[in-house]
Every structure is written in structure tokens, then in C-alpha cells.
Design a protein around this ligand. Structure first.
Ligand code: G6P
Length: 611
């Protein structure tokens, strides 16, 4: 979802802007553009529809635009089709102000009318052009960029991260944000601005997270932060522990493949961070024994794969800690007028910590007086700052749009929560607790062993490549793994699939099974094995081609399934961590076989910062 970069320093800006935008490609986009202030102080803009390579070609890798101060943008179309005309940056009528924007200006029609009346003209269909001209309007009125931007924020409804160049203020970039992410990095002789950390990691690890309605003025080597009254603000940067290489492919063909292979480490790191021998320590997340005892129920809010991780948590927390858990799509929670419950802990799960709906859900929960905890991957992200407590996952930067390692790390955070809750509330015996904790430490090695034997999954993917539709079925935690496996497949291979709770199949969807339909059953919940096996048999007798994903040594599945994929044994509550690996690999290989853009699937954005 739109990416923004800005650079001011001694180097040529355009190539650096292109490079920064490349690091934000994962966010999803369909056009791109850059604006650079040339040596005579004029602002020049170049834009192109399609991939960044088109913009790079048009600008001769940035050489066509000379100057050391500029802003860049990758656009994920909201208002107006993807086209060069709608691509950012946008100009004011006099071409003295250029702006890039991420977010949605909700009242842009009303603002456009106002500006048209004042004699402004419009060449694009975008809300960003309206935003640019509104800044121009206030700049004409106040003659001061910070005041113009302050007035802009007071007038505009919606979300935005806005970066602006003013011809009258050379070698400066002005910016502001509300509910869309923006970070700032400052080095000795440069200043950078971006939507996300990977774009500036190469320059600095000290990052300023911009708060809502803070206005920034960047100059080479300097960032000044203002409030809406143009009073200067003191801000401290946050140290990011990621290195620049962690945002590179590192010899792998795709980021997704690299990130899948990082899962053993990510799982290990997340477990180690919160455990100390036999102890799980969540104090840093604000969860003390006293707070845990007070929790009467839990609501989990999240979107996409993070929601699927939440479904796993529902099964695991209820089973181990005996606390009622409800999982909700954040986009539903925020508008359904949830009932205030002071004993409810609202857990928000998010990789980016910037997902608009998840953030809004947490704000709503807080408004209702509920305690909130964020399970989040990005240090200092909006969600981490908004929630009462934070449990970071240690996945490092995730670039591929389809999440893999962040999802795996989220599962670990949930298991740790479940186990801790169970211990504090006395719902597991000391022996079971120790056994589960030691298994948690063993998961990393088991994931590694699945990744080391991926040839079998690759073969299975080749067999399935011509399928038009597939079904994933399972019960309990296996069902939760199925919904994630099915989403991965849809996201990157563009093959339609349905994930079904195995018991639900005959309540309608079984009518879709015909000769050769692929049905993949996940069979890891020991108590439910026979039941899911029967469901698989039901599909087989209607012509399905059946695959079974089981623990090693599960011979019963062999008798029924046309294909059996195996993973090492674990406790059933942790099964999703192992089941998901072959499912991720399956989706990956199918995507590769179909020649799709694995890391940047069509129409998708990694970080969805608008509703
Ligand atoms: C987008 C991504 C998904 C992700 C979801 C939630 O839809 O494509 O992979 O699961 O957003 O993102 P979050 O950053 O909140 O985990």
C-alpha cells in the first residue's frame, strides 16, 4: 500500500529514491514516481505506470533527474486507475509545490469543490492532487510551509502520510502524518524519510517514529519536529536491531523462500527472548501474574494471516489456560459496537503494526476501557505505541507480501501466552508445563527438518499444478492451519481454494467435489483423527484426489490418501507450527511453477494502511 521515501543530502537524490522505493516494493503498488529539486531550484517530476523498472528506465536509473533533494512514491491505486497521470508526486498549478501521499483523504470531494471555486484546476482523479492543492491554498494564505501543513491537517479527514517539496524552501522536505506510517532517519549529512524501516536501514538504525499530526522539516543532517502550533518538539530515536542484509535476498531466488528458511531461527529467537530455563517472563509486555489472574476472557483482533494466527490462539489458549477466547476480524470488531468489558484482554496481532483496521480496533477497545496487548513484529510501530502492552515477535524484516516467518513467530508468542496463563491460573500440571516448554524449544529443529526435506512437497506441487480448485480440511488447530494454507495458495498461486472445518464439509460444500478435485486433509489432532479420516473418505468416494498431511508414522492415512506428506511429531496444540511449513512450501512451488511474481502477488499489499 503506497510507499513514500524522501532524501536530502550530498548525494544525487533520484537513484537513492529509486533504491528506497525498491525496498518498499513489498507494500504493493501499480505505478511510481519521483520529484527532485534541480540545481536551479525547480522541481522536476517523473512518473511511470507499472513496476519500478519502468520508472528506472524512464529516468535512466535516476540520472535524468539531477539534484540532492527529492521525494518518491509507489502508488497502490485507490482514487483513480493506475496510470501515469494518477501516479504521484503531484504538483500544484504553478509547479512550485510537489507532494506524495499515502492514505485516503475521505473528504476530498468536498475539498475539491472548494478549491475549484477558488480557481484551482485538476488533471488527475486522485485525492492526492487535492491534498497538494490544499497545501498550496494554505501556503498562499500563510506564506509558511509548517503553518500551511498544520492548516491542511485541521481541514482534512482520513489518513495520510504526506511529504512535500516547496520551491520557495529549497533543500528542505516537509512532512506530516495521520494514521499512515512514517519514519525519519538522520545521519551526519543527510536526512531520510520513509514509510517503513527497510528503506533507510542502509543509512541508519536510529529511527524517529512520527506521531499523528507531528510536522517535520528535514534538512541535510537535521530533522525538526513541530506540533500544530509550530512549537518545536523533542524526540528521541528508537534503535532498530535489524541489519541491512536482513532486508536483502541473500542468495535466495525469492524473499519468500528466504523467509521460510529463516523460520527455525525466528522461532528460536522468539522463544529464547521470553524464556529463561523453566520460566516464561512476560513482564516486559506488562503482563504480571496479577494482571493475568484478572483476565476473564480474551478477544483477539487481527487481519489476514495474523487473524489466522489468532484462530490458532483461540484453540490453544482455551485448551491450556481455560480462558474463553473470541477471535475477530479487526474490520468487523471496530464497527460492531462491541460491549465494554473491563475484564476482557484484547490482543491485537500484526506483523507491520500499521494495519489500519487492527489499529482502529485497538483504539476502540481502549475507548471502551479494555486492556490491550499487541503481538507485533515492528518495533516502535503504531500498534506497539497505541496498545497498553507489547509482545514483540523476533522475525526481523519481512519483505515478501505473503507472510511466513512473521506468522510462525506470532504462533510462538501465542503459545508462550497460553502457557504462561495456564501456569499462573493453575490449569496445567507442573510436568505438563515443563514438557510443553521443552517442546517449544524443540520446534525450531523440527521446522528445520521439514525445510530440509522439501523435495517431496515440490513434487506434490508439480502434480497439483493443473488443478483449478482445492480444498483444505481439518479440525481444531488443524483447521486453523488449513485456513492459512489456503490463503497462501490463493495469494501467490492464484489457484482458488477453500479451507473447511472437516465436519462442516457435508453441510454444503461437498457438492463441489468432483472427479480429481484435490482435497488436502491436515490430520494432527490425535483425538480427532478418525473423524477427519472419515471426512476424507467421504470426499474420496466422490472422486476426490486426496492428500494427507500427518505426523511421521501415521499409517492409517496411507490406506486412504493418494499422497501423504509428513512432519515430525509434536504436541497437538503446537501442530500449526509444523503443518503450516509444507503448506507454505506448496503454495510457493505452485506460484513458481505458474511463473507468478511470488514476492509481489497481483493486487495485494503487504501493509494495508487504509480501510
Ligand atoms: C495484508 C497482508 C497479509 C497480512 C495482513 C495483516 O493483507 O497481505 O499478509 O496478514 O495484511 O497485516 P499485519 O501487518 O497486520 O500482520
Amino acid at each position: 500500500m503506497c510507499g513514500i521515501v524522501g532524501y536530502i543530502g550530498e548525494k544525487q537524490a533520484a537513484p537513492l529514491l529509486l533504491e528506497g522505493l525498491e525496498k518498499l516494493e513489498y507494500r504493493g503498488y501499480d505505478s511510481a514516481g519521483i520529484a527532485v529539486e534541480d540545481n536551479s531550484g525547480n522541481i522536476e517530476i517523473m512518473r511511470a505506470k507499472g513496476r519500478l523498472s519502468c520508472l528506472a528506465e524512464k529516468t535512466r536509473c535516476g540520472k535524468a533527474l539531477e539534484g540532492c533533494c527529492g521525494i518518491g512514491h509507489t502508488r497502490w491505486a485507490t482514487h483513480g486507475e493506475p496510470s501515469e497521470c494518477n501516479a504521484h508526486p503531484h504538483f500544484n498549478d504553478g509547479q512550485t509545490i510537489a507532494a506524495v501521499h499515502n492514505g485516503i483523504i475521505e473528504n476530498y470531494t468536498e475539498l475539491k469543490k472548494k478549491l475549484l471555486k477558488r480557481g484551482y484546476s485538476f488533471y488527475s482523479e486522485t485525492d492526492t492532487e487535492v491534498a497538494t492543492k490544499l497545501v498550496d491554498y494554505y501556503y498562499e494564505k500563510h506564506g509558511d510551509p509548517v503553518k500551511a501543513i498544520a492548516n491542511f491537517t485541521l481541514r482534512v479527514k482520513g489518513s495520510y502520510a504526506l511529504a512535500v517539496l516547496f520551491k520557495d524552501y529549497p533543500k528542505q522536505i516537509f512532512a506530516v502524518r495521520k494514521d499512515s506510517p512514517m519514519i525519519i532517519g538522520v545521519t551526519k549529512k543527510e536526512a531520510l524519510l520513509a514509510s517503513d524501516v527497510p528503506a533507510i536501514l542502509k543509512y541508519t538504525k536510529n529511527v524517529y517514529f512520527v506521531e499523528n499530526s507531528e510536522i517535520i522539516c528535514l534538512e541535510a543532517g537535521k530533522a525538526v519536529f513541530y506540533n500544530l502550533d509550530k512549537e518545536e518538539l523533542e524526540k528521541t530515536p528508537v534503535k532498530i536491531n535489524w541489519n541491512a542484509e536482513s532486508a536483502e535476498k541473500g542468495g535466495y531466488e525469492h524473499f519468500m523462500l528466504k523467509e521460510m528458511h529463516e523460520q527455525p531461527k525466528v522461532v528460536k529467537d522468539t522463544v529464547s527472548y521470553y524464556t529463561d530455563g523453566e520460566k516464561i517472563n512476560l513482564n516486559r509486555s506488562g503482563l504480571t501474574g496479577r494482571t493475568i489472574k484478572k483476565i476473564k476472557n480474551i478477544t483477539i483482533v487481527a487481519c489476514g494471516s495474523a487473524y489466522h494466527a489468532g484462530v490458532v490462539a483461540q484453540y490453544v489458549i482455551e485448551k491450556l489456560a481455560r480462558i474463553p477466547v473470541r477471535v475477530e476480524l479487526a474490520s468487523e470488531f471496530r464497527y460492531r459496537e462491541p460491549v465494554a468489558d473491563k475484564n476482557c484482554l484484547v490482543i491485537a496481532i500484526s506483523q507491520s503494526g500499521e494495519t489500519a483496521d487492527t489499529l482502529a480496533a485497538v483504539r476502540e477497545a481502549k475507548k471502551l476501557g479494555m486492556k490491550t496487548l499487541a503481538i507485533v513484529n515492528v518495533v516502535g510501530s503504531s500498534l506497539a505505541r497505541v496498545a497498553d502492552g507489547v509482545m514483540y515477535t523476533y522475525a526481523g524484516p519481512e519483505i515478501a507480501v505473503a507472510t511466513t516467518k512473521a506468522y510462525s513467530a506470532q504462533l510462538i508468542a501465542e503459545y508462550l501466552l497460553a502457557l504462561k496463563f495456564a501456569k499462573v491460573r493453575g490449569t496445567v500440571s507442573a510436568e505438563k508445563y515443563s514438557a510443553l516448554l521443552s517442546e517449544l524449544n524443540a520446534l525450531s529443529g523440527k521446522i528445520e527438518s521439514i525445510l530440509n526435506n522439501k523435495a517431496e512437497i515440490q513434487r506434490f506441487a508439480a502434480e497439483a499444478a493443473n488443478k483449478k480448485t482445492m480444498f483444505f480440511i481439518g479440525r481444531g488447530v488443524d483447521y486453523a492451519a488449513c485456513i492459512e494454507g489456503s490463503l497462501k495458495l490463493k495469494e501467490i498461486s492464484y489457484i482458488h481454494s477453500e479451507a473447511y472445518a472437516a465436519g462442516e464439509l457435508k453441510h454444503g460444500t461437498i457438492s463441489l467435489i468432483e472427479d480429481g478435485t484435490l482435497v488436502l486433509g491436515v490430520l494432527m489432532q490425535q483425538e480427532l483423527l478418525e473423524k477427519t479420516l472419515s471426512n476424507l473418505v467421504e470426499t474420496k468416494s466422490r472422486g476426490a484426489y486426496v492428500a494427507a498431511l500427518t505426523y511421521e508414522g501415521m499409517n492409517k492415512a496411507k490406506e486412504i490418501a493418494d499422497v501423504q506428506l509428513v512432519v515430525p511429531q509434536t504436541y497437538d496444540v503446537f501442530a500449526a507450527s509444523l503443518a503450516v511449513i509444507p503448506l507454505q512450501l506448496f503454495a510457493y512451488y505452485l506460484s513458481v511453477l505458474k511463473g507468478n511474481d511470488v514476492d509481489k502477488p497481483r493486487n495485494l499489499a503487504k501493509s494495508v494502511t487504509v480501510e
